[in-house]
Design a binder for this molecule. Structure first.
Ligand SMILES: N[C@@H](CCC(=O)N[C@@H](CS)C(=O)NCC(=O)O)C(=O)O
Length: 208
């Protein structure tokens, strides 16, 4: 079996978390490398695009979170084999990237600028993407984003909603998902209660 090493920052969320979840749910052994902020500047120049996550397979490196999600999704049986359903899975992951990139741009701003830009997110892109993701979920039957079973798309949306509800994003009300997209909030609860997801967070001793 290939030797896998997944490298991402040392917190439960962000672009590396769906792949960690997928590998864990699939029972696929991997080395779970968690980079501390203080080590990052030293490691960054040696990464393909100056960013994480990275997946290493037998010494070869794969970058870009959604490429990693697709690969581990295939390994873990969490990526649709039907080409159309696979494309729908990709669509969802890219939509989460669209919003995630906007949120990430506010992470390291000073207090005033952060407040202003988060307010703009709360009045625009966050409700827009939550509403549209909910519409897309409902168009696919309301349970899963692609196909008729759990996929990496569900995991990626789950990680986004977990972040929005976490209280870690100053100036972003934690009840936005429930208020704006109740079906998405239900989807979050369902995914959180998937046995593999519960087992992952129990193992790491954190709440889903
Ligand atoms: N398009 C890339 C973006 C990767 C990215 O921006 N990663 C962030 C963490 S989520 C990062 O490495 N930030 C540190 C830096 O840019 O120095 C992907 O999807 O993997």
């Amino acid at each position: 079996m290939a030797k896998l090493k997944l490298t991402y920052f040392d917190f439960h969320g962000g672009r590396g978390e769906p792949a960690r979840l997928a590998l864990s749910i699939g029972g696929i052994p991997f080395e779970d490398v968690r980079v501390k902020g203080t080590d990052w500047e030293r490691l960054k120049p040696d990464t393909p695009y100056g960013a994480l996550p990275l997946l290493e397979k037998d010494g070869e490196i794969l970058a870009q979170s959604n490429a990693i999600n697709r690969y581990v999704g295939r390994l873990a049986n969490l990526y649709p084999s039907d080409p159309w359903q696979a494309a729908l899975c990709d669509e969802t992951m890219e939509a989460v990237e669209d919003l995630g990139t906007k949120i990430a741009a506010t992470m390291f701003l000073g207090d005033e600028q952060k407040k202003e830009q988060r307010k703009a997110l709360v009045e625009g892109p966050i409700p827009f993407y939550l509403g549209r993701l909910q519409q897309r979920l409902e168009a696919h039957g309301g349970r899963y984003f692609a196909g008729d079973s759990l996929s990496v798309a569900d995991l990626k949306v789950f990680v986004l909603i977990r972040h929005l509800k976490s209280g870690m994003l100053d100036h972003v009300p934690t009840d936005l998902p429930e208020r704006i997209a109740p079906k998405l909030a239900e989807h979050y609860e369902r995914i959180k209660n998937e046995p593999g997801v519960r087992a992952y967070y129990a193992k790491h001793n954190v709440g889903g």
